[in-house]
Design a protein around this ligand. Structure first.
Ligand code: SF4
Length: 161
């Protein structure tokens, strides 16, 4: 167990999936720390933690710049040390946004329905969780500058920006 948790720990835990133990946190912290830039680095993480990645992460609301790489954002598991239960607020929408970003990171581009079927088993093009739902997630991601949407003849494709 880790003895006391700070905002920096929340970030490492969520962003890099660092296990909850002192030695692991220290290893990751020293690995990531830019040489001679520890103050700047710590200040940046404190700032990120204060604005976006506190006990209740505000990934989309705060426009967190780490979303494209963040383990928690992509897995939908935002639990962190000292925060034992999965927060329910905004959870589902954010989770699916994370899945889209992760999948698009693995492909050059994906067509709308292919993407839909890959991110949820109950995707049905004309259903409640179908094209309309997916297009609204994609258009939020596009407004946030994470995803680019292309409309061809009869086809919509998405790719990371
Ligand atoms: S995307 Fe969310 S969970 Fe990940 S670092 Fe940003 S605020 Fe934290």
């Amino acid at each position: 167990m880790h003895s006391s948790y700070s905002i920096i720990d929340f970030f490492y835990y969520r962003a890099f999936d660092v296990p909850d133990d002192d030695a692991a946190f220290e290893r990751v912290a020293s690995h990531l720390m830019p040489e001679g830039g520890s103050r700047t680095w710590n200040n940046a993480i404190m700032e990120l933690g204060g604005v976006a990645c506190g006990k209740k992460p505000r990934c989309d609301e705060a426009g967190c710049p780490w979303r494209e790489w963040c383990h928690a954002y992509q897995s939908g598991d935002f639990t962190a040390p000292d925060v034992p239960t999965q927060p329910s607020f905004e959870g589902s929408r954010r989770q699916f946004r994370g899945r889209i970003v992760r999948l698009l990171g693995e492909h050059d581009e994906l067509e709308l329905d292919t993407l839909g079927h890959r991110i949820r088993v109950d995707y049905t093009p004309d259903g409640e969780y179908g094209r309309e739902w997916l297009r609204s997630l994609l258009s939020d991601l596009s407004e946030d500058g994470l995803v680019q949407i292309e409309k061809g003849n009869d086809q919509i494709t998405a790719r990371l920006q």
